[in-house]
Design a protein around this ligand. Sequence first.
Ligand SMILES: NC(=O)N[C@@H](O)C(=O)O
Ligand code: NI
Length: 169
Amino acid sequence: MSGIILAQPLTRESFAPFGDVIDTDGDNHFPINAGKCERHHALARPEVGGDNAHVLISIARGTPYSFPLTLAMVERHPLGSQAFIPMSPRPFVVVVCPDGPDGPGTPQAFLTAPGQGVNYRRNVWHGVLTPVGEEQDFVIVDRGGDGSNLEEFYFSHPYEVRLPEGFQP
Ligand SMILES: NC(=O)N[C@@H](O)C(=O)O
Ligand code: NI
């Protein structure tokens, strides 16, 4: 094992180098529809590049992972961003890595608050969608178009990702 990674609470500040947190705690919100609705505006900006690039909206039905999690691989999407927005108010685990000279650097793991989503900025190393405890549906907003939009990196020694002490999935 390359080491133990303890999942930390997800915050805008801690996640800022990797992308955006999608929740209703941001400052940029205002009433619409004659006050019947509050718009939490521009939480993230989807990025798409390459030939015939366009934004896609999909739904992923994710199967939960067991913890401690063996993190053997991270991936990135060189042609576009990728957002995961949970359709039920349950936390999930987000893993990201800074880029390094020979591939991804040391992973960082976050446990979202119930209902929080994330947007991985274009070309940011991340673990695959990782639900916790039970099956969960997510809206995915990412890039469609020509070319390969997936790069995977396998660690020579997997990491072990642990949930916070006392967290009940
Ligand atoms: N491929 C896909 O839609 N999902 C992955 O990119 C992922 O980050 O889980
Ligand atoms: Ni991805």
